[in-house]
Design a protein around this ligand. Sequence first.
Ligand code: NAD
Length: 254
Amino acid sequence: MSPSRVYYITGGAQGIGLGIAQALLADGHRVAMTDIDEEALSAAAERLPHPDHLLTLPSDVSDETQVANSLAKTVDHFGRLDGIVHNAGIADPFHGSVEQLSLETWQAYLNTNLTGTFLCAKHGAPYLRPHGGSIVLMASSRALQSEPDTEAYAASKGGIVALTHALAVSLGPDIRVNAISPGWIEVGDWQKPNRQQPVEHRDIDREQHPVGRVGTPEDIAALTRFLLSKESGFITGQNFVADGGMTRKMIYAE
Ligand code: NAD
């Protein structure tokens, strides 16, 4: 990966986004990190290496003005933009039964997870075009399979997978667009201090993954780096499932 590219990451202050930001900074790139949680942004800035290569921007990805302004500030600050990682999302897939699901909750999932994706692409594309940019969108293995009471989350992530190929066709050849569908990624120790969770997995949790373990933000960061880089220059419009093989393993109740 060539050094000193500029990347914009949404929801970068915790979890998978924080892992991606850490990896890109370690590679020598410059990172603009947005998040709706200002306390988490401050905690992330203290934790990350190379503070001079990091710009933190409070921004709600479901708000068009905030997305447009944070992208403009990124380019004002660093002088260019090479890639966008739209990772922010309402990450809890469970909202209760569909009969009880309020329209307000349904729309909250759609607004953050799916409309946020559209807004990042709409306002980021003009900055990316001159450099042959790359967009990476965070979907989920729940776009492909479900547990009960996850309709809004599943629909939002399925929408991202569809938007990925639509955007790839519209924005190519200048901009490539790909999605990552993580499976179970443990983010308990990648939170702001008052949200940290002890990381404990049972044998049954590990065994449902053919690779023998639950995933980490570093696993998703490794794939993101590749999809942002020129090494993936022949790949666009795809959805990559990174789940330790979980969605390939058949499980029958005993
Ligand atoms: P997380 O909660 O640890 O981090 C998400 C970050 O997004 C938080 O810092 C949060 O403040 C921020 N955020 C939430 N709403 C926002 C908004 N409107 N605007 C800006 N920032 C906002 O979650 P995570 O587990 O790291 O999930 C990151 C992404 O990966 C999400 O899109 C999630 O759906 C997806 N994902 C996660 C997993 C998993 O197992 N962790 C699996 C599949 C997909």
